[in-house]
Design a protein around this ligand. Structure first.
Ligand code: DAH
Length: 341
């Protein structure tokens, strides 16, 4: 009998009473009316006294062990059931919505500008950020000794054959003219690079949008109408616009375009340097040399072009006063644009 007691003892130790059903079965098997332990007590009665002295205490401790195990398990299961009913999830509560990200402010402005120009038939074209001197300067009529070609302004990657980081998206005008035949109505946008110290007002990379229109009999008035349309759509019909004569190697005549300052409504503030005007783009009639460099027949075709900085427009639209914010990726800064999709 001592072997059976030891075997049962082992069984008690090894059984895990994790739920009510297993607990009840255990109780039934071990201490139920016809369970192992009562049956052993029955057989115990018939034993000779000498054996009873040895088996008695072992049998009693087996019973104690079984009862203690049942008591502990009952307590544990009861507390678990009680806590799971009190802390039950409230399934009627509204769920947490998915965390909404935001478009980058420069992307928002880019999308807006693209959609404005697409409405009047401009196609979006793309060009590489690494270009040769020809696409960035030569074909755009920059003189051989033009200061922009110097190391101080341009990031050269390689001298021979020349590879550099484009300093303006105007380079895309050349690659587009190489692959398309007029009439061309295209805008391009992307990152440009200049060797400048990083501060609130200048950066070594920023973004530009460049556009061009090549057709027969294009006039300066076509350019003006296009620019007026863009400015009214982008900044509102109440915006004042002024064209100032300027110079770019790739346009003749050239102009810079100012709009009345959005921040102070033209009264004067630090952004417009108290002039009431802010410059937003450069433009002009494409210089015939540029068209010839792209093998376009200048007796038949002419065109206009324009270019602007995206950061400048975003700064005006969102009252941002530090260029560095656009590339530092502070979550608190970016979150402000969640609603501007
Ligand atoms: N590329 C000029 C710049 O980076 C901007 C520009 C001016 C582009 C006149 C043009 C243009 O296409 O016609 O400052």
């Amino acid at each position: 009998m001592i072997d059976i007691i030891e075997e049962l003892c082992q069984k008690i130790e090894n059984t895990i009473l994790g739920d009510k059903e297993t607990l009840e079965k255990f109780r039934h098997d071990f201490i139920g009316k016809k369970g192992f332990i009562p049956t052993l007590f029955e057989s115990f009665k018939a034993l000779p006294v000498s054996e009873k002295k040895i088996i008695g205490p072992a049998l009693q401790s087996l019973k104690n062990e079984a009862e203690a195990k049942i008591k502990n398990a009952t307590k544990l299961i009861e507390t678990y059931v009680a806590s799971s009913t009190t802390h039950k999830e409230d399934t009627t509560l509204p769920s947490f919505g998915p965390e909404v990200g935001s478009l980058h402010p420069l992307r928002i402005i880019q999308n807006k500008v693209i959609s404005i120009f697409e409405r009047i038939g401009f196609n979006l074209v793309d060009g590489p950020e690494i270009v040769g001197d020809w696409h960035n300067f030569g074909a755009l009529n920059f003189a051989e000794n033009h200061p922009a070609r110097e190391m101080q302004d341009t990031f050269f990657i390689q001298r021979n054959p020349d590879k550099l980081l484009r300093t303006h998206t105007t380079s895309v005008q050349i690659s587009t003219c190489e692959s398309q035949v007029p009439p061309v109505r295209a805008i391009s946008m992307g990152r440009v690079f200049r060797n400048e110290a990083i501060s609130a007002r200048s950066h070594c990379f920023f973004h530009q949008i460049d556009g061009m229109y090549i057709h027969t009999h294009v006039t300066f008035n076509d350019l003006k109408e296009t620019i007026y349309y863009f400015i009214y759509e982008m900044f509102g019909k109440e915006t004042k616009v002024r064209f100032r004569a300027s110079y770019f190697p790739f346009t003749e005549p050239s102009a810079e375009v100012d709009i009345s300052c959005k921040l102070c409504a033209g009264i004067g503030c630090t952004v417009c340097k108290h002039s009431g005007w802010v410059e937003i783009l450069g433009a002009g009639m494409i210089d015939p040399n540029v068209l010839m460099n792209c093998k376009i027949d200048i007796d038949k075709y002419n065109g206009f072009a324009f270019g602007m900085g995206i950061e400048r427009i975003a700064m005006l639209c969102y009252r941002i006063d530090d260029l560095r914010l656009f590339s530092e990726n502070h979550i608190a800064f970016l979150r402000q644009f969640t609603a501007c999709l």
